[in-house]
Design a protein around this ligand. Structure first.
Ligand code: GLU
Length: 461
């Protein structure tokens, strides 16, 4: 059997962390077995679907390197097919017209409520052998309902959750077409999963309740059932379902905040799935290891600190040229287009930051004017060290502009003026970059052009 999986997002917002993880698992499953991964945009909710969201999904997938073999398919383009299947089901008797009015439905609900039962449709237009149906009223447009089996159970062996059983008596006769003939959500999913030959439906466990309905329709259509894998949801650190309250939930927001895609993919892979104690691994390794049997049955908890830690790891590994290209975009947004020696700045700073945004903040001081805080100037440019700093600035004008020579000169003056390293290093840092914490001061000095250093120092000396 050739494996065929799909990711079927509704384009009603950005691609969020949960959706991206579902996409990643479906993608990895197909890749592992040499199957096909299909992207299907479920855009039948016309009020909530937008082109912008479609684009956000495509951008997110491409940023995460989740390539698909087929699609993107759009459900709105399959309307004729859905309608044809509904006709076929009406003809075969697995679906029927229902002329119940909204007022009648409300009355049914009231009756159920009064009895303390779940509100449900009473089956009055459901054809049965020997049952005489009233003549169809001419002034009412009917919906189409699926004739759900009344007895028995609908069950499946979920690849994540194990066996799941629903009593058919719990399931209503689902509306599969509205009064205007448009097919409803569960129905479109079924037809597409069938037509696309999906072998494993991997999706969020918020869909578990849809599955028995979808299985029953598939059975009525004579389909071979796919396997189902329902992936538990993602919670925030407070145990509530992950939402904007917990910070960024959009994949592209992580891109904007300076995360590398390989860090987010590694994080998402591990969020609710494990391979022993392995924490750090690339896409290829993940595909090799991935199996649905090791997806956790319990909800996963989002941990932003761990994601930061992974990002830091991947930034350290990343090629400086690639990082320079990414960082220069942040700098360009701040109006900085000339960035000489950016790769060297990155090489010196990349071990000290966790995101590209932080890296850009560090790099910015090399190219933009800075205004050190008066407080820092006052506390570090003391009368005790000013003579040494002045001589240093003078000698900077003459020496070879390289870190070893700069280090040697600083050392020489420390001895001459009987000072300890921080006494010179701190005021230099304040004047040069406005901060007290930097890599070794000779390395920082060497990254600047000599003229910039002299200009920044002479402002205060
Ligand atoms: N469109 C659904 C969603 O975005 C997914 C449906 C499915 O995977 O079956 O939640």
């Amino acid at each position: 059997m050739t494996i065929r999986t799909r990711f079927a997002p509704s384009p009603t917002g950005y691609l969020h962390i949960g959706g991206a993880r579902t996409a990643l698992y479906s993608w990895a499953y197909a890749r592992k077995f040499g199957g096909s991964f299909i992207l299907r945009i479920e855009d039948t909710d016309l009020e909530r679907s937008t082109q912008q969201s479609v684009q956000a999904i495509l951008d997110g997938m491409s940023w995460l390197n989740l390539d698909y073999d087929e699609g993107p398919f759009y459900q709105m383009q399959h309307m004729d097919r859905y309608k044809a299947v509904i006709q076929q089901m009406l003809t075969e008797g697995s679906a029927y017209y229902c002329y119940t009015t909204p007022a009648e439905l409300e009355a049914m609900r009231e009756t159920s409520r009064a009895r303390g039962e779940k509100p449900r449709y009473d089956g009055r237009w459901r054809p049965e052998t020997g049952k005489i149906l009233p003549p169809p009223p001419e002034d009412i447009k009917p919906v189409v309902r699926f004739k759900t089996p009344v007895h028995g159970v609908t069950a499946w062996d979920d690849l994540v959750k194990g066996r799941i059983v629903f009593e058919n008596s719990e399931l209503d006769d689902l509306i599969i077409a509205r009064t205007d003939g448009t097919p409803t959500y569960n129905f479109c999913v079924v037809v597409d999963d069938l037509d696309m030959g999906i072998t494993q439906v991997i999706r969020g466990d918020d869909h578990v309740n849809n599955t028995p309905r979808q299985i029953n329709i598939l059975k009525a259509l004579g389909a071979t059932l796919p396997q189902y894998a329902h992936v538990p949801m993602i919670l925030g650190s407070d145990g509530e379902r992950l939402s904007k309250r917990h910070g960024a939930v959009s994949v592209m927001q992580y891109a904007d905040e300076g995360y590398l895609p390989e860090a987010l993919v590694n994080y998402l892979a591990r969020l609710g799935w494990s391979h022993g104690d392995e924490e750090v691994f690339g896409m290829q390794q993940f595909v090799e290891w991935f199996d649905l049997g090791h997806v956790s049955k319990a909800a996963a908890q989002f941990n932003p600190e761990k994601l930061r830690w992974l990002n830091q790891h991947y930034i350290k590994l990343a090629d400086n040229g690639r990082l320079a290209l990414l960082v220069s975009k942040y700098l360009a947004d701040r109006g900085i287009t000339e960035t000489p020696a950016l790769e060297s700045v990155i090489a010196l700073y990349k071990g000290r930051i966790a995101t590209l945004l932080e890296l850009a903040n560090e790099a910015e001081v090399f190219y933009n004017e800075i205004t050190p805080a008066q407080e820092l100037l006052d506390s570090h440019l003391t009368p005790e060290v000013l003579p040494a700093l002045r001589e240093l600035a003078q000698r900077f004008a003459e020496i070879t502009w390289e870190a070893p020579a700069l280090a040697a000169l600083i050392k020489e003056l420390l001895t001459q003026y009987k000072l300890k390293m921080p006494k010179l290093a701190m005021p230099l840092r304040v004047m040069l970059v406005g901060q007290l914490h930097t890599p070794s001061v000779d390395a920082v000095l060497a990254l600047f052009p000599r003229e910039t250093v002299l200009k920044r120092l002479h402002r205060y000396l």
